[in-house]
Design a protein around this ligand. Structure first.
Ligand SMILES: [Zn+2]
Length: 111
């Protein structure tokens, strides 16, 4: 099962900032406001694409410029995604689900 780092930005893992924002009723720590905005956009889009009522965790583990590969978990499933967006995080230009699978049973990611 994939794991996001326990510390650092909830979206990208960067540890240089501490910007707090609430997405879907859960408070997360981000490196900056751009990541916070994009996390919200990506979570909303993930719910639309997957039909999940909520997203437990979303993380971008490979960011290159304005494009990124990552994954999201919710309702016992996991998707891998490819996204692109504006550098200030206010727009989601592309969202593709690359794969979708059942999540292996185990401890849930920390919130
Ligand atoms: Zn970040």
């Amino acid at each position: 099962m994939r794991r996001a780092p326990a510390t650092g930005c909830a979206l990208c893992g960067a540890t240089w900032g501490d910007y707090r924002a609430t997405v879907d009723g859960v408070e997360w720590s981000f490196c900056c406001d751009a990541c916070a905005r994009f996390y919200d956009l990506a979570v909303q889009r993930t719910k639309r694409e997957t039909g999940w009522a909520s997203v437990d965790r979303l993380f971008l583990d490979h960011v290159q410029g304005n494009e990124a590969d990552g994954w999201a978990q919710g309702e016992g499933e996991e998707v891998t995604i490819h996204v692109s967006g504006s550098s200030d995080g206010s727009e989601l230009h592309e969202y593709r689900v690359l794969s979708r699978s059942e999540r292996a049973p185990g401890p849930r990611g920390t919130r």
